[in-house]
Design a protein around this ligand. Structure first.
Ligand SMILES: Nc1ncnc2c1ncn2[C@@H]1O[C@H](COP(=O)(O)OP(=O)(O)OP(=O)(O)O)[C@@H](O)[C@H]1O
Length: 232
């Protein structure tokens, strides 16, 4: 459903993405791995249209979306959960969630809300708390919930486990796994936490210095050619 073909991007003279290609399929999870600073976040921002692409293209469901604006990509069904979550700290949990479904009819909104509360029961208990008062892990759950409320066809997650306590990492893993089992949503999971990424992946891509240096199916993730690009 998402094909990235030979993407190149520059920050001034620095060539940050060098011919990156990958493919996310409907109902599958692609784990994007790589050390700090190899260009993962830059790639995700290019996919969302937050950063311009110098060369290459991004196809979504057969359409070339390379030059579309972020809101147009969101409207086509691509949701993005950025690193650092970026929830609205001064709005309540409920208000944050409403932002995810601004354009939806009332009846539809309440049924989707029900599904999201099932995935994240903790949010239902905290509806009237301010986003900024939640723990980091709860904020991450809220950011994922808000993305899901837009009923995306593809969800892009940038390091959802970063700085989060183990019990909540488990909850987040369970939710991603349930989404994958549903089979109707593509998942692009950018992660540094190898075991988490491996458990959820159908396929994987490893980046190093702006390039794809390894790619394959989940059973190939334990190979030395993958580990050597991730070890610190
Ligand atoms: N706005 C910017 N201007 C110039 N260089 C940047 C900018 N943002 C990132 N970079 C550089 O581009 C490279 C890729 O950064 P990027 O954030 O995409 O890496 P990453 O793999 O996502 O790492 P992390 O896991 O730390 O987020 C790094 O060398 C970084 O210093």
């Amino acid at each position: 459903m998402l094909q990235v073909n030979q993407l190149n991007q520059y920050y001034g003279a620095a060539h940050t993405l060098r011919g990156v290609s990958l493919d996310v399929q409907k109902g599958k999870c692609l784990s994007l791995l790589g050390r700090n600073g190899v260009g993962k976040t830059t790639l995700l921002k290019c996919l969302m249209g937050v950063l311009p692409v110098a060369k290459g293209n991004v196809m979504f469901e057969g359409h070339d979306i390379t030059r579309l604006k972020p809101h147009q990509r969101a409207r086509l069904g691509i949701a993005y959960v950025p690193q650092g979550r970026e929830i609205f700290a001064r709005l309540t949990v409920e208000e944050n969630m409403l932002m995810g479904m601004a354009t939806m009819s009332g009846r539809k909104a309440s049924s989707i809300k029900g599904e999201v509360y099932e995935l994240f029961p903790v949010l239902k208990e905290m509806l009237h708390r301010r986003g900024g008062d939640l723990s980091g892990g709860q904020q991450q759950q809220l950011a994922i919930a808000r993305a899901l409320l837009a009923e995306p066809k593809l969800i892009i997650l940038d390091e959802p486990t970063e700085g989060i306590q183990p019990s909540i990492i488990k909850d987040i893993g369970r939710v991603i796994s349930l989404l994958r089992q549903r089979g109707d949503i593509g998942i692009l999971l950018c992660e540094q936490y190898f075991d988490f990424a491996r458990e959820l992946a159908d396929t994987f891509v490893v980046m190093s210095r702006g390039e794809v240096v390894a790619a394959g199916t989940q059973d190939q993730m334990d190979g030395d050619d993958v580990k050597k690009h991730l070890a610190v």
